[in-house]
Structure formats: structure tokens, C-alpha cells
Design a protein around this ligand. Structure first.
Ligand SMILES: Cc1cc2nc3c(=O)[nH]c(=O)nc-3n(C[C@H](O)[C@H](O)[C@H](O)COP(=O)(O)OP(=O)(O)OC[C@H]3O[C@@H](n4cnc5c(N)ncnc54)[C@H](O)[C@@H]3O)c2cc1C
Length: 381
């Protein structure tokens, strides 16, 4: 989880690697090494997100804080148009600890005719008349409550947006941690399992205009996928936007694309998740597997084409999506070199034992520049 810069969704706290205090590891020479934030901040900051390149980590020491009671609210049926309103979205995100807006790919807003045409098409494409901007989204919210509030199971509640519109919701008061405040929508059904996710961080602006563009583009991309590639209804999927605060002491956190000139230093993660029904199809069929790859590829390529400032999430991208590695190299820029230099300075892996073929490609310029005799065409030197 720390290796890839995993995160929950929070405007107040950073991604999971920010909670690392220390690492104990075996380096590339077989030596046991121990580092902590108080004594060796530069190497901890460089290796918070380590991708497996800082050694074989056998102990991760985390800063822990007590769980706090939070109010968790879940509302469905929020019209997309309401969430495209920058002020509605800004107030929703800034007034709460964490917000997740979810688009379930269930075609509920399609007309009967559109569904009939889709199901009759061998590629399962939805007709041109389908308008994703008439669809509805779900919202999950975690917010601060007075710690004396009694714990409570789900109760009926109301969600009010900044424009005064109200929606039926369900809330619960439960203890959650700073970094984990989730109750996965995908675990509601015992049969549905998450299969893959493609996710990008994009800089958010203080006026939330940026995430308005991100959401609009996100939905337009999905609509294009449904119309041109098609979608097997059995291949469940959802997509989501969530917000995360960036802290500068995490060199390779994908949240690093946060705009330095913004006050809030937020990024919006937009992602497409594919799920499958493990009861019906314990091993995914070749057809569904290919379709899923096509969906991921189209989503990834279109997101990068629309917004050159996005950065793929280390734990949620695939090499089969063209341009991913280039995007990572471009967006991290000199930080990749800083990371390799730090690794060299602390002699964590001077034989490049831990560099796999893929990471060799990502770090190719930094490795060639800093490791004498490095050959990018062999696995190890
Ligand atoms: C159901 C599901 C939900 C998810 N939800 C989220 C989410 O909400 N937010 C989010 O940010 N991400 C999410 N992810 C993606 C998640 O961030 C990555 O899958 C994450 O990297 C998983 O960590 P892991 O330890 O299981 O992975 P692994 O594959 O074990 O490891 C990831 C990396 O760490 C390295 N590594 C592992 N162990 C060691 C070790 N001992 N020493 C050195 N290097 C090591 C590996 O080389 C690899 O590069 C989700 C994934 C799934 C499957």
C-alpha cells in the first residue's frame, strides 16, 4: 500500500505513505538497514513510495492515531448536472473530510429502446441517442462530528447541496481512521469482485473549475466507450472521482501534481473500475477479458489526451495502455532522478537487483545517468 502511494480520499490528510515513520529492510547487498523519519528524513521522504526499489522491506513503522467518530453519508440519485456545478462540488468537498462521487455503469438512465438496441448489438454498443449527462451519481461523504455523538447504525438522512437542492440519504456514525474511511460499495454484493482499476491524479484548483473539467471529460470518455466500443452488461463497472490532499514530503506520491500555487493543494483522482461476478464467472472469459482491456486502454488514452497534466496512480495503471510510461516520466520529471540519486547515495541497490523490466523502462534515463555501466537492455547489471 505504501509502495504505490495508495490513498483513501481526504482533503485533510495525505496519502497512506505519509503515515510512514520508518522502514527496516534488506538492501541489495544483503545488509539489514533501518531508517526513520527523525534521523533520516531525506531517505524516508524519497522511499515513502518506493515501488519495491528501496530494498526488501520487512518492517514498516507507521504513525498511528486513534480512530475518530465520523458521520458517513451515502446518497444515490444525484443528477450529474448538480455535480457539474462547480460551487456545489466545491462546498461538498471542502466542507467534509472526504468525498467520493461514484458513477455506477448500470445504464439506469438509458431508455428501454436504447437498452434493447444495446443488447441486440453483438458488441453491446449503446446507440448515439444515449446521453450520459442525464444520468445520476452516488455520493459517499465522511464528515466531522462531535465526539460525544452516540454511535449509530444507518438512519435516514438528507443531503443538501450548496444550491439548496435536497436528496434522500442514509447516514451512520462510526469510528474511522484518518487514512481509511471506506466502506466499499463493491462489497455490498458477495459475488461482485473488483478486477482492475485505472486511475489518474489531476491538479484541482481552489475554485474547483479543474475538477469540473475532469468530471465532464470523464463522463464524455465513458459515453464514447459505451457508444464505440460497447459494454457487456455482465462486465460490471463503475467510475469515480475523489479528492486527496498532497503533502510535499512524499517524493513519488502521484498527488505531487497538485498545483503549487493553490491554497488547498488538492488533486482529483478519476478512475474507472472493472468488476466481475465471481459467482457467475469464477474465471473471466477470454471475450470479457479482451473487452475489459479495450475499456481500460480507451479510458487511459483518452484521459491523457484530454489533460496532459494527469499522473497515473502507481497501483492502478497497465503497461498495455499506450503512453502510460511516457506520461509518468514526463510528469515526475526530475523527481525520478532525485529518487535514483537518493537510492544510490544510501547504497540501497547498487546492483539494481530490485529493478524489474517495467521499472527499468520508467527510470531508464535516471538509471543511465547515474549508474556507471548500466545497460537498459539487460535485466540486471
Ligand atoms: C480491491 C482494491 C481496491 C483498491 N482501492 C484502492 C484505493 O482505494 N486507493 C488506492 O490508492 N489504491 C487502491 N487500490 C490499488 C492499491 O493501491 C494497489 O493495489 C496496492 O499497491 C496494493 O498493495 P499490495 O501491498 O497489495 O501490493 P503488492 O503488489 O504486494 O506491492 C505493490 C508494490 O510493492 C512492492 N512490495 C511489496 N512488498 C514489498 C516488500 N516487502 N519490500 C519491498 N517492496 C515490496 C512490490 O514490488 C510492488 O511494487 C486498490 C486495489 C484493489 C485490488
Amino acid at each position: 500500500m505504501v509502495a504505490t502511494g495508495s490513498h483513501g480520499s481526504s482533503t485533510k490528510f495525505g496519502p497512506f505513505p505519509n503515515m510512514v515513520y520508518g522502514y527496516e529492510l534488506v538492501d541489495g547487498n544483503g545488509n539489514v538497514r533501518k531508517f526513520n523519519e527523525s534521523d533520516d528524513k531525506e531517505i524516508i521522504d524519497a522511499c515513502r513510495v518506493h515501488l519495491g526499489l528501496c530494498g526488501i522491506i520487512y518492517k514498516t513503522i507507521l504513525k498511528v492515531t486513534p480512530d475518530v467518530k465520523q458521520k458517513y453519508t451515502h446518497a444515490t440519485n444525484i443528477p450529474v448536472q448538480k455535480l457539474l456545478d462547480d460551487n456545489n462540488r466545491r462546498v461538498l468537498v471542502m466542507d467534509n473530510w472526504a468525498v467520493y462521487i461514484v458513477f455506477m455503469i448500470d445504464f439506469k438512465s438509458a431508455t428501454e429502446e436504447e437498452m434493447e438496441q444495446m443488447l441486440g448489438d453483438p458488441l453491446r454498443r449503446i446507440p448515439e441517442s444515449y446521453d450520459i449527462f442525464k444520468a445520476e451519481m452516488e455520493i459517499w461523504i465522511w464528515s466531522e462530528v462531535d465526539q460525544n455523538t452516540p454511535l449509530s447504525e444507518e438512519y435516514n438522512d438528507t443531503l443538501t447541496l450548496a444550491d439548496g437542492s435536497t436528496y434522500g440519504a442514509v447516514s451512520a456514525i462510526k469510528p474511522y481512521s484518518e487514512t481509511r474511511n471506506g466502506e466499499s460499495i463493491w462489497s455490498r454484493d458477495q459475488c461482485i469482485q473488483m478486477r482492475t482499476a485505472v486511475s489518474f491524479a489531476a491538479p484541482e484548483s481552489d475554485d474547483f473549475i479543474e475538477s469540473g473539467k475532469t468530471l465532464r471529460e470523464h463522463l464524455t470518455i465513458l459515453e464514447g466507450i459505451f457508444k464505440n466500443i460497447g459494454f457487456y452488461p455482465k462486465l460490471n463497472a463503475s467510475s469515480a472521482l475523489r479528492w486527496m490532499k498532497h503533502f510535499d514530503d512524499c517524493l513519488l506520491c502521484p498527488s505531487t501534481v497538485a498545483d503549487d500555487s493553490s491554497m488547498n493543494k488538492l488533486v482529483t483522482y478519476s478512475e474507472m473500475v472493472t468488476l466481475y461476478d465471481k459467482c457467475e464467472e469464477p474465471i473471466i472469459s477470454e471475450v470479457n477479458s479482451m473487452k475489459q482491456r479495450l475499456l481500460e486502454t480507451q479510458f487511459g488514452v483518452d484521459v491523457m489526451k484530454n489533460n496532459p497534466r494527469v499522473l497515473p496512480h502507481w497501483g492502478k495503471y497497465f503497461e498495455h495502455i499506450p503512453g502510460m510510461s511516457d506520461q509518468i516520466r514526463r510528469q515526475f520529471g526530475d523527481d525520478l532522478l532525485t529518487f535514483i540519486n537518493m537510492r544510490n547515495k544510501y547504497k540501497l541497490d547498487n546492483k539494481n537487483l530490485f529493478v524489474n523490466t517495467h521499472l527499468k523502462d520508467i527510470f531508464r534515463d535516471a538509471l543511465s545517468e547515474t549508474c556507471p555501466g548500466y545497460n537498459r537492455f539487460t535485466i540486471n547489471i
